[in-house]
Design a binder for this molecule. Structure first.
Ligand code: E4P
Length: 217
């Protein structure tokens, strides 16, 4: 399983890229608002230059034609741009047009197996089931990820499954266990994945013993 960073915060992306564990980034209009981007295009281009992997940016159009126009313009910003399109009639129509032009689409706001299936049939390169938001309303978000992975495997779809709306490290564990191709994680979750109290204690003890061995303890 690969990890993407789910943020529009350039500093967070810079720090995560240094770790060498991030192969892509996902943004959405709420994250862009939070990050306070002034120049959308150059922010995306900066991120693409840092990440050198898929960077999802979302269209805002409400009809297929506007979505396709927005997507074509954004796709020209960088070879790494992936267009995020929500599940709806217009979105599916736009995906089918864009996939024929080899513009990669990430089907977003996916909350059911049927939606994921439609996205794959329309030609989406990625589908993003929102695990945390399903958990929030009392449904099992990770069970949906597992169902989509099994369905795509069974029918040989090339569409990759991004476990999205990840809220805590256990979501990442579960995403890896059910075979998600990618988990897109907030920066806070990435840092939580690194730490373990036994690692902290172990490092301190090794350091202490090394100092003792050198006669400095
Ligand atoms: C995914 O691509 C979305 O940007 C994101 O995972 C949404 O997460 P949230 O439910 O925490 O807003």
């Amino acid at each position: 399983m690969r990890l993407y960073l789910d943020t529009a915060d350039i500093d967070q992306i810079r720090r995560a890229v240094k770790l060498g564990v991030i192969s892509g980034v996902t943004t959405n209009p709420s994250l862009v608002y939070k990050a306070g981007w002034k120049d959308y295009r150059s922010a995306v281009q900066d991120i693409c230059a840092m990440v050198k992997g898929p960077v999802s940016v979302e269209v805002l159009g409400q009809d297929a034609r506007t979505m396709v126009d927005e997507a074509r313009a954004m796709a020209a910003w960088s070879e790494h741009v992936v267009i995020k399109i929500p599940v709806c009639d217009a979105g599916l129509e736009a995906i089918s047009v864009l996939s024929r032009e080899s513009i990669k689409v990430n089907l977003t706001l996916c909350f059911s197996l049927n939606q994921a299936l439609l996205g794959a049939l329309a030609g989406a390169a990625f589908v993003s089931p929102f695990v945390g938001r399903l958990d929030d309303v009392g449904e099992d978000g990770m069970a949906l990820v597992a169902d989509i992975v099994a369905c795509f495997d069974r029918y040989g779809f090339g569409t990759q499954v991004i476990a999205a709306s990840i809220r805590h490290p256990l979501h990442c564990v579960a995403a890896a266990q059910v075979g998600a191709h990618i988990a897109t994680v907030p920066y806070a979750v990435l840092t939580q994945m690194i730490g373990h109290p036994l690692t902290t204690v172990g490092i301190a003890r090794f350091l202490e013993d090394a100092q003792k061995a050198a006669g400095k303890g």
